[in-house]
Design a binder for this molecule. Structure first.
Ligand code: XMP
Length: 326
C-alpha cells in the first residue's frame, strides 16, 4: 500500500545504495520539489549532501533572501548561494524561441553546478571524496511532459529533464521521479519539511525567463518582478493562496499597445495574469478570481510599474493552453 512512510523508506534505501560513500550536491530551487528531494537525500546520507542555491537572476522579488533565511532556520541543511545571474543573462541574450530559452537555462544550470563541484573539490583538498551525484526534484509530470515517458510527446523541455546537455558529468539522483505534487507534499510533511515550504505554490525552475515573451533582459525582468510582487501581495491579502494552484504573471515584451497615462499617450506592454486551479498541473482550469481583486491588481500595476499600460486575464484551461506561456 502507498503511504508516505513506505515511499520514504524505499527511497532512503535506494539512495544509500546508489550513492554509497560519495558526495552529493543538490540543485535547490527553494520550491517544494527540490526541498523534499533534499530532505530525502539528507535523511539517507546526511552530511554527504551539500545544497546549492543558484541565483540565476530569473527569480521573483525577495526570493533569494527568503530561501537563505528559511533553509538555515528550519531544515538544518547547509545551503551555499551562488550568484550566476550574469551567466544566465548572457546565455539568454538574443533568444526568443521558448525551447531555445529553456535549453539555454538548463545548460547553464548544469554549468553552474559543475562550477560548484569544482569549488567543493578545491575546498575539500586531498582527502575530498568524489562528487558524483546531483539531486534533482524531478516529478512524474516533468518526465511525461518532457517526452521522457513511453508514448508521450515533448510538450516542453522542463529545465531539469529535457534541458540537460549530453556531456553531463554527474549521475542524477531523482527520488521523486515517480510522484505527483500532492504525494511529494505528503512526503515532505512526513519528513518534517516546514509547512511554509511544503505549501508553496509551484514556480518553474527557469523562473521568470519563461514568463517574458520575447528576449529576456535585466530591465524586462525588473518590470516583471514589480508586477509579480503586486499580484502576489494582493492574492495573499485576499486569502486566495490556497484556492489557486499558482498564478503566473507574464510580460508580453514583444507586444505593445497604446495607453493614456498621466499626461499623455503611452506605448507600453501588457501584463498577463494566469491564475489557475489544478490537482497535479497535468490539467488546469482558470481560476475565477473576484472582480474587485482583479481591479485592484490592475490599478496598482498600471499606476506603479513603468512601461506597463495594460493588464489582461488569461481565461484558458489546460488543455488547450499550458499553464506557463512558454
Ligand atoms: P505547464 O506550463 O507545462 O506547467 O502547463 C505545468 C507545471 O509545471 C511548472 N513548470 C516547470 N517546473 N521546471 C519546473 O520545475 C520547468 O521547466 C517547468 N516548466 C513548467 C509550471 O509552473 C506548472 O506548475
Amino acid at each position: 500500500t502507498w503511504t508516505p512512510g513506505n515511499i520514504i523508506d524505499e527511497q532512503v534505501e535506494q539512495i544509500r545504495r546508489q550513492v554509497g560513500d560519495k558526495q552529493v550536491i543538490c540543485a535547490l530551487s527553494g520550491g517544494v520539489d527540490s526541498s523534499v528531494a533534499a530532505a530525502l537525500v539528507h535523511k539517507a546520507v546526511g552530511d554527504q549532501l551539500t545544497c546549492f542555491f543558484i541565483d540565476h537572476g530569473l527569480l521573483r522579488a525577495g526570493e533569494r533572501e527568503q530561501v537563505e533565511r528559511d533553509y538555515a532556520a528550519t531544515m538544518g541543511i547547509k545551503v551555499v548561494t551562488i550568484d550566476e545571474s550574469e551567466r544566465f543573462l548572457n546565455a539568454l541574450a538574443g533568444l526568443t524561441e521558448p525551447e531555445a530559452k529553456r535549453k539555454a537555462i538548463g545548460r547553464e544550470f548544469i554549468r553552474s553546478f559543475e562550477a560548484a563541484q569544482r569549488e567543493m573539490i578545491a575546498q575539500a583538498g586531498a582527502d575530498g571524496k568524489d562528487i558524483e551525484f546531483l539531486v534533482q526534484g524531478t516529478l512524474y509530470p516533468d518526465v511525461v511532459e518532457s517526452g521522457g515517458g513511453e508514448g508521450t510527446a515533448n510538450i516542453k523541455s522542463h529545465h531539469n529533464v529535457g534541458g540537460l546537455p549530453d556531456d553531463l558529468s554527474f549521475s542524477l539522483v531523482e527520488p521523486l521521479r515517480e510522484l505527483f505534487k500532492d504525494e511529494v507534499r505528503m512526503i515532505g510533511r512526513e519528513l518534517g519539511v516546514p509547512e511554509k515550504i511544503v505549501a508553496r505554490q509551484p514556480f518553474p525552475g527557469p523562473g521568470l525567463g519563461i514568463r517574458i515573451i520575447g528576449e529576456v533582459t535585466f530591465d524586462r525582468l525588473e518590470t516583471l518582478r514589480a508586477a509579480d510582487l503586486i499580484v502576489r501581495e494582493e492574492l495573499t491579502k485576499a486569502g486566495l493562496d490556497e484556492e489557486i494552484w499558482q498564478c503566473p504573471v507574464v510580460l508580453l515584451a514583444d507586444v505593445r499597445s497604446v495607453g493614456v497615462q498621466g499626461d499623455g499617450r503611452t506605448y507600453g506592454h501588457p501584463i498577463v495574469l494566469r491564475p489557475v486551479s489544478s490537482e497535479d498541473a497535468m490539467t488546469a482550469d482558470w481560476t475565477r478570481l473576484p472582480y474587485d481583486i482583479l481591479a485592484k491588481i490592475s490599478n496598482r500595476i498600471t499606476n506603479s510599474v513603468p512601461d506597463v499600460n495594460r493588464v489582461v486575464l488569461d481565461v484558458t484551461s489546460k488543455p488547450p493552453a499550458t499553464i506557463e506561456w512558454e
